[in-house]
Design a protein around this ligand. Structure first.
Ligand code: PMV
Length: 340
Protein backbone atom coordinates (compact mmCIF):
# COMPACT_ATOMS: atom_id res chain seq x y z
CA UNK A 1 0.00 0.00 0.00
CA UNK A 2 1.22 3.50 -0.79
CA UNK A 3 1.67 5.37 2.50
CA UNK A 4 1.47 8.93 1.31
CA UNK A 5 0.58 11.01 -1.65
CA UNK A 6 0.67 14.78 -1.94
CA UNK A 7 -1.43 14.83 -5.02
CA UNK A 8 -4.49 17.00 -5.13
CA UNK A 9 -7.39 16.30 -7.40
CA UNK A 10 -9.70 19.09 -8.51
CA UNK A 11 -12.58 18.86 -10.90
CA UNK A 12 -15.75 20.63 -11.95
CA UNK A 13 -18.91 18.93 -13.21
CA UNK A 14 -22.28 20.17 -14.41
CA UNK A 15 -25.64 18.74 -13.38
CA UNK A 16 -27.81 17.09 -16.01
CA UNK A 17 -31.54 16.61 -16.51
CA UNK A 18 -32.90 13.48 -18.14
CA UNK A 19 -35.04 14.12 -21.22
CA UNK A 20 -35.78 10.36 -21.25
CA UNK A 21 -35.95 9.19 -17.63
CA UNK A 22 -34.59 6.18 -15.86
CA UNK A 23 -36.31 4.99 -12.69
CA UNK A 24 -35.37 1.60 -11.32
CA UNK A 25 -32.26 -0.50 -10.85
CA UNK A 26 -31.30 -3.64 -12.72
CA UNK A 27 -31.56 -6.98 -10.94
CA UNK A 28 -27.90 -7.45 -11.90
CA UNK A 29 -26.96 -5.06 -9.08
CA UNK A 30 -23.93 -2.71 -9.02
CA UNK A 31 -26.31 0.25 -9.36
CA UNK A 32 -26.91 -0.56 -13.05
CA UNK A 33 -30.11 0.95 -14.40
CA UNK A 34 -33.13 -1.07 -15.50
CA UNK A 35 -34.02 1.24 -18.41
CA UNK A 36 -32.05 3.50 -20.77
CA UNK A 37 -31.97 7.27 -20.22
CA UNK A 38 -30.84 10.33 -22.16
CA UNK A 39 -29.90 13.63 -20.57
CA UNK A 40 -28.83 17.16 -21.35
CA UNK A 41 -25.84 18.43 -19.36
CA UNK A 42 -26.65 21.87 -17.89
CA UNK A 43 -24.08 24.63 -18.06
CA UNK A 44 -25.19 26.76 -15.12
CA UNK A 45 -25.52 24.16 -12.35
CA UNK A 46 -21.98 23.22 -11.33
CA UNK A 47 -20.12 21.46 -8.55
CA UNK A 48 -16.40 21.97 -7.88
CA UNK A 49 -14.68 19.33 -5.81
CA UNK A 50 -11.22 18.95 -4.37
CA UNK A 51 -9.84 15.67 -3.01
CA UNK A 52 -6.61 15.37 -1.04
CA UNK A 53 -5.32 12.17 0.53
CA UNK A 54 -3.55 13.06 3.77
CA UNK A 55 -1.44 11.25 6.31
CA UNK A 56 -2.80 11.59 9.85
CA UNK A 57 -6.49 11.56 8.98
CA UNK A 58 -8.37 8.75 10.72
CA UNK A 59 -11.50 9.15 8.62
CA UNK A 60 -12.57 10.83 5.40
CA UNK A 61 -13.59 14.44 6.01
CA UNK A 62 -16.24 15.83 3.73
CA UNK A 63 -17.04 19.54 3.60
CA UNK A 64 -20.01 20.28 1.38
CA UNK A 65 -20.91 23.92 0.72
CA UNK A 66 -18.78 24.97 3.70
CA UNK A 67 -20.45 22.51 6.10
CA UNK A 68 -18.80 19.39 7.51
CA UNK A 69 -21.18 16.53 6.68
CA UNK A 70 -21.67 13.27 8.58
CA UNK A 71 -23.49 9.96 8.41
CA UNK A 72 -24.90 8.61 5.18
CA UNK A 73 -23.65 11.54 3.08
CA UNK A 74 -20.06 10.88 4.15
CA UNK A 75 -20.55 7.11 3.76
CA UNK A 76 -21.53 7.55 0.08
CA UNK A 77 -18.43 9.67 -0.53
CA UNK A 78 -16.21 7.15 1.31
CA UNK A 79 -17.63 4.29 -0.76
CA UNK A 80 -16.53 6.05 -3.95
CA UNK A 81 -13.13 6.93 -2.44
CA UNK A 82 -12.68 3.27 -1.41
CA UNK A 83 -13.01 2.15 -5.02
CA UNK A 84 -10.30 4.61 -6.10
CA UNK A 85 -8.10 3.68 -3.11
CA UNK A 86 -8.35 0.05 -4.22
CA UNK A 87 -7.54 0.88 -7.84
CA UNK A 88 -4.51 2.99 -6.86
CA UNK A 89 -3.46 0.89 -3.86
CA UNK A 90 -3.65 3.88 -1.51
CA UNK A 91 -4.27 3.51 2.19
CA UNK A 92 -4.90 7.11 3.25
CA UNK A 93 -8.07 8.91 4.22
CA UNK A 94 -9.06 11.98 2.23
CA UNK A 95 -10.20 15.52 2.79
CA UNK A 96 -12.97 16.33 0.32
CA UNK A 97 -14.20 19.88 -0.22
CA UNK A 98 -17.12 20.40 -2.54
CA UNK A 99 -19.04 23.52 -3.51
CA UNK A 100 -22.19 23.85 -5.58
CA UNK A 101 -22.73 27.14 -7.41
CA UNK A 102 -26.45 26.70 -6.76
CA UNK A 103 -28.17 26.59 -3.36
CA UNK A 104 -28.74 23.03 -2.12
CA UNK A 105 -31.93 24.34 -0.54
CA UNK A 106 -33.23 25.17 -4.02
CA UNK A 107 -34.36 21.57 -4.26
CA UNK A 108 -32.13 20.86 -7.26
CA UNK A 109 -30.51 17.45 -7.16
CA UNK A 110 -26.77 17.83 -6.78
CA UNK A 111 -25.83 14.15 -6.77
CA UNK A 112 -25.19 14.06 -10.54
CA UNK A 113 -22.71 16.94 -10.62
CA UNK A 114 -21.43 16.02 -7.15
CA UNK A 115 -20.43 12.42 -7.85
CA UNK A 116 -19.12 13.23 -11.35
CA UNK A 117 -16.80 15.90 -9.91
CA UNK A 118 -15.85 13.60 -7.02
CA UNK A 119 -14.93 10.71 -9.34
CA UNK A 120 -12.74 12.94 -11.50
CA UNK A 121 -11.07 14.69 -8.55
CA UNK A 122 -10.47 11.36 -6.76
CA UNK A 123 -8.85 9.78 -9.79
CA UNK A 124 -6.55 12.78 -10.18
CA UNK A 125 -5.66 12.75 -6.47
CA UNK A 126 -4.77 9.06 -6.81
CA UNK A 127 -2.54 9.75 -9.79
CA UNK A 128 -4.72 7.54 -11.98
CA UNK A 129 -5.22 8.47 -15.60
CA UNK A 130 -8.63 7.08 -16.37
CA UNK A 131 -10.63 7.61 -19.54
CA UNK A 132 -13.91 9.51 -19.26
CA UNK A 133 -15.82 6.25 -19.80
CA UNK A 134 -14.15 4.68 -16.76
CA UNK A 135 -14.81 7.80 -14.66
CA UNK A 136 -18.42 7.67 -15.83
CA UNK A 137 -18.65 4.06 -14.70
CA UNK A 138 -17.21 4.93 -11.28
CA UNK A 139 -19.54 7.93 -10.82
CA UNK A 140 -22.51 5.81 -11.99
CA UNK A 141 -21.91 3.27 -9.23
CA UNK A 142 -22.56 6.05 -6.68
CA UNK A 143 -25.41 7.80 -8.51
CA UNK A 144 -26.53 6.52 -11.91
CA UNK A 145 -27.38 10.00 -13.17
CA UNK A 146 -23.83 11.13 -12.24
CA UNK A 147 -22.45 8.75 -14.86
CA UNK A 148 -24.05 11.00 -17.49
CA UNK A 149 -22.45 14.21 -16.15
CA UNK A 150 -18.96 13.15 -17.26
CA UNK A 151 -19.96 14.15 -20.78
CA UNK A 152 -21.22 17.41 -22.22
CA UNK A 153 -24.22 18.03 -24.44
CA UNK A 154 -26.62 15.12 -24.91
CA UNK A 155 -25.68 11.89 -23.17
CA UNK A 156 -27.15 8.39 -22.95
CA UNK A 157 -26.88 5.72 -20.30
CA UNK A 158 -28.14 2.43 -21.68
CA UNK A 159 -29.78 -0.12 -19.41
CA UNK A 160 -27.46 -2.51 -17.56
CA UNK A 161 -24.48 -0.64 -19.04
CA UNK A 162 -21.58 0.48 -16.83
CA UNK A 163 -20.84 3.83 -18.45
CA UNK A 164 -22.70 6.65 -20.17
CA UNK A 165 -21.69 7.86 -23.61
CA UNK A 166 -22.13 11.07 -25.59
CA UNK A 167 -24.93 11.23 -28.18
CA UNK A 168 -24.40 14.77 -29.52
CA UNK A 169 -22.26 17.75 -28.46
CA UNK A 170 -23.63 20.78 -26.62
CA UNK A 171 -23.79 22.91 -29.78
CA UNK A 172 -25.72 20.26 -31.73
CA UNK A 173 -29.20 21.47 -30.76
CA UNK A 174 -29.58 25.07 -29.43
CA UNK A 175 -31.93 24.46 -26.53
CA UNK A 176 -32.42 26.12 -23.17
CA UNK A 177 -33.84 24.72 -19.95
CA UNK A 178 -35.62 26.94 -17.46
CA UNK A 179 -35.68 25.43 -13.98
CA UNK A 180 -38.79 26.70 -12.21
CA UNK A 181 -38.34 26.26 -8.47
CA UNK A 182 -41.77 25.91 -6.95
CA UNK A 183 -40.83 24.63 -3.52
CA UNK A 184 -37.32 25.04 -2.27
CA UNK A 185 -36.98 23.81 1.27
CA UNK A 186 -38.77 20.48 1.64
CA UNK A 187 -36.66 17.31 1.86
CA UNK A 188 -37.94 14.87 -0.74
CA UNK A 189 -37.87 11.05 -0.65
CA UNK A 190 -34.48 9.96 -1.99
CA UNK A 191 -34.43 8.52 -5.49
CA UNK A 192 -32.68 5.28 -4.41
CA UNK A 193 -35.32 4.56 -1.81
CA UNK A 194 -38.08 5.68 -4.20
CA UNK A 195 -36.90 3.33 -6.95
CA UNK A 196 -36.83 0.32 -4.64
CA UNK A 197 -40.22 1.20 -3.21
CA UNK A 198 -41.71 1.62 -6.70
CA UNK A 199 -40.25 -1.67 -7.95
CA UNK A 200 -41.69 -3.57 -5.02
CA UNK A 201 -45.14 -1.95 -4.70
CA UNK A 202 -46.27 -0.36 -8.00
CA UNK A 203 -48.59 -2.63 -10.01
CA UNK A 204 -47.55 -0.84 -13.22
CA UNK A 205 -43.80 -1.11 -12.70
CA UNK A 206 -43.38 -3.90 -15.30
CA UNK A 207 -45.31 -1.79 -17.78
CA UNK A 208 -42.91 1.14 -17.16
CA UNK A 209 -39.93 -1.17 -17.80
CA UNK A 210 -41.60 -2.20 -21.03
CA UNK A 211 -42.42 1.33 -22.30
CA UNK A 212 -39.36 3.32 -21.14
CA UNK A 213 -37.03 2.03 -23.92
CA UNK A 214 -39.51 3.22 -26.58
CA UNK A 215 -39.64 6.70 -24.98
CA UNK A 216 -35.83 6.70 -24.89
CA UNK A 217 -35.65 5.76 -28.61
CA UNK A 218 -38.06 8.57 -29.51
CA UNK A 219 -36.19 11.15 -27.42
CA UNK A 220 -32.88 9.99 -28.89
CA UNK A 221 -34.01 10.29 -32.51
CA UNK A 222 -35.74 13.64 -31.83
CA UNK A 223 -32.47 15.01 -30.39
CA UNK A 224 -30.45 13.71 -33.34
CA UNK A 225 -33.00 15.09 -35.82
CA UNK A 226 -33.30 18.37 -33.86
CA UNK A 227 -37.06 17.92 -33.96
CA UNK A 228 -38.41 19.95 -31.02
CA UNK A 229 -42.05 18.90 -31.39
CA UNK A 230 -41.19 15.21 -31.35
CA UNK A 231 -38.79 15.76 -28.45
CA UNK A 232 -41.44 17.67 -26.47
CA UNK A 233 -44.00 14.89 -26.80
CA UNK A 234 -41.63 12.02 -26.02
CA UNK A 235 -39.95 13.85 -23.13
CA UNK A 236 -43.24 14.73 -21.45
CA UNK A 237 -44.57 11.21 -21.92
CA UNK A 238 -41.40 9.78 -20.35
CA UNK A 239 -41.87 12.07 -17.33
CA UNK A 240 -45.55 11.22 -16.90
CA UNK A 241 -44.93 7.47 -17.22
CA UNK A 242 -42.21 7.68 -14.57
CA UNK A 243 -44.28 9.79 -12.16
CA UNK A 244 -47.28 7.51 -12.70
CA UNK A 245 -45.29 4.57 -11.28
CA UNK A 246 -44.25 6.67 -8.30
CA UNK A 247 -47.81 7.84 -7.60
CA UNK A 248 -49.22 4.33 -7.85
CA UNK A 249 -46.73 2.88 -5.38
CA UNK A 250 -48.04 2.03 -1.93
CA UNK A 251 -47.85 4.30 0.00
CA UNK A 252 -47.56 6.72 -2.93
CA UNK A 253 -44.58 8.88 -3.75
CA UNK A 254 -46.12 12.14 -4.86
CA UNK A 255 -43.47 14.69 -5.74
CA UNK A 256 -45.84 17.10 -7.48
CA UNK A 257 -47.21 20.14 -5.66
CA UNK A 258 -50.09 22.32 -6.84
CA UNK A 259 -47.80 24.63 -8.82
CA UNK A 260 -46.23 21.61 -10.56
CA UNK A 261 -49.60 20.56 -11.95
CA UNK A 262 -50.65 24.13 -12.83
CA UNK A 263 -47.41 24.53 -14.78
CA UNK A 264 -47.98 21.24 -16.64
CA UNK A 265 -51.36 22.58 -17.79
CA UNK A 266 -49.83 25.93 -18.70
CA UNK A 267 -46.99 24.44 -20.77
CA UNK A 268 -49.47 22.21 -22.63
CA UNK A 269 -51.78 25.16 -23.29
CA UNK A 270 -48.92 27.34 -24.49
CA UNK A 271 -47.53 24.63 -26.78
CA UNK A 272 -50.96 24.18 -28.35
CA UNK A 273 -50.95 27.96 -28.94
CA UNK A 274 -47.61 27.77 -30.76
CA UNK A 275 -45.01 28.33 -28.00
CA UNK A 276 -42.35 25.61 -28.33
CA UNK A 277 -42.05 24.60 -24.65
CA UNK A 278 -42.11 21.22 -22.88
CA UNK A 279 -41.92 20.15 -19.24
CA UNK A 280 -40.06 17.51 -17.30
CA UNK A 281 -39.92 16.76 -13.56
CA UNK A 282 -37.56 14.60 -11.50
CA UNK A 283 -37.65 13.36 -7.91
CA UNK A 284 -39.10 16.64 -6.69
CA UNK A 285 -41.77 19.25 -7.47
CA UNK A 286 -39.71 21.64 -9.60
CA UNK A 287 -40.66 21.98 -13.25
CA UNK A 288 -37.97 22.17 -15.91
CA UNK A 289 -39.18 23.80 -19.11
CA UNK A 290 -37.24 22.94 -22.26
CA UNK A 291 -37.41 25.35 -25.15
CA UNK A 292 -35.42 26.25 -28.27
CA UNK A 293 -32.83 28.92 -27.39
CA UNK A 294 -34.53 31.51 -29.61
CA UNK A 295 -37.71 31.23 -27.52
CA UNK A 296 -35.89 31.60 -24.17
CA UNK A 297 -36.60 35.30 -23.60
CA UNK A 298 -40.30 34.94 -24.36
CA UNK A 299 -40.58 31.88 -22.10
CA UNK A 300 -38.72 33.61 -19.26
CA UNK A 301 -40.92 36.66 -19.53
CA UNK A 302 -43.97 34.44 -19.09
CA UNK A 303 -42.80 32.02 -16.38
CA UNK A 304 -40.86 34.40 -14.14
CA UNK A 305 -43.97 35.89 -12.62
CA UNK A 306 -46.06 32.70 -12.72
CA UNK A 307 -47.87 32.13 -9.39
CA UNK A 308 -45.99 29.66 -7.20
CA UNK A 309 -42.64 30.05 -8.95
CA UNK A 310 -40.17 31.02 -6.21
CA UNK A 311 -37.08 31.36 -8.36
CA UNK A 312 -35.69 30.48 -11.76
CA UNK A 313 -32.38 29.12 -13.05
CA UNK A 314 -31.69 29.24 -16.79
CA UNK A 315 -29.43 26.61 -18.35
CA UNK A 316 -28.08 25.72 -21.78
CA UNK A 317 -26.42 22.52 -22.92
CA UNK A 318 -23.16 22.41 -20.97
CA UNK A 319 -19.69 20.86 -21.01
CA UNK A 320 -18.49 17.58 -19.60
CA UNK A 321 -16.54 17.17 -16.37
CA UNK A 322 -13.19 18.96 -16.38
CA UNK A 323 -10.07 18.79 -14.24
CA UNK A 324 -9.13 22.11 -12.64
CA UNK A 325 -5.58 23.16 -12.08
CA UNK A 326 -6.48 26.11 -9.84
CA UNK A 327 -9.39 26.47 -7.49
CA UNK A 328 -9.26 29.52 -5.29
CA UNK A 329 -12.90 29.20 -4.26
CA UNK A 330 -12.28 25.74 -2.88
CA UNK A 331 -9.10 26.80 -1.12
CA UNK A 332 -10.94 29.62 0.60
CA UNK A 333 -13.75 27.30 1.62
CA UNK A 334 -11.26 24.79 2.93
CA UNK A 335 -9.44 27.39 5.06
CA UNK A 336 -12.71 28.54 6.51
CA UNK A 337 -13.57 24.99 7.47
CA UNK A 338 -10.40 23.68 9.02
CA UNK A 339 -11.63 20.49 10.61
CA UNK A 340 -8.54 18.77 11.91
O1 PMV B 1 -29.39 8.26 -10.28
P1 PMV B 1 -30.15 9.11 -9.32
O2 PMV B 1 -30.21 8.53 -7.96
O3 PMV B 1 -29.62 10.53 -9.33
O4 PMV B 1 -31.68 9.18 -9.83
C1 PMV B 1 -32.10 9.95 -10.91
C2 PMV B 1 -33.56 9.76 -11.15
C3 PMV B 1 -34.23 10.78 -12.03
O5 PMV B 1 -33.60 12.04 -11.92
C4 PMV B 1 -35.67 10.93 -11.56
C5 PMV B 1 -34.29 10.34 -13.49
C6 PMV B 1 -33.01 10.46 -14.29
O6 PMV B 1 -32.89 9.68 -15.26
O7 PMV B 1 -32.17 11.32 -13.98
Amino acid sequence: MAQRTNDLGRAEACANIALAKYWGKSKKGDNLTAVPSLSMTLDSLRTRTEVKFETGLTEDLVVLNSQLVHGSETARVSALLDRFRNLADIDLKARVTSMNNFPTAAGLASSASGFAALAAASSQACGLELAAAELSSQARKSSASAGRSLFGGFVELLSETPQASPVAPANHFPLAMIVLIVRSSRKEASSSWGMQHTASTCPYYESWLHHAPEMFAQVRSAVLEKDFTKLAEAMEHSTRLMHATMMTSLPPILYFRGATVELMHEVAKRRAAGHPEAYTMDAGPNVKVLTPAQNLEAALAFYKSYPGVESIVTCRPGPGTAFLSHSSALETAQRENEVS
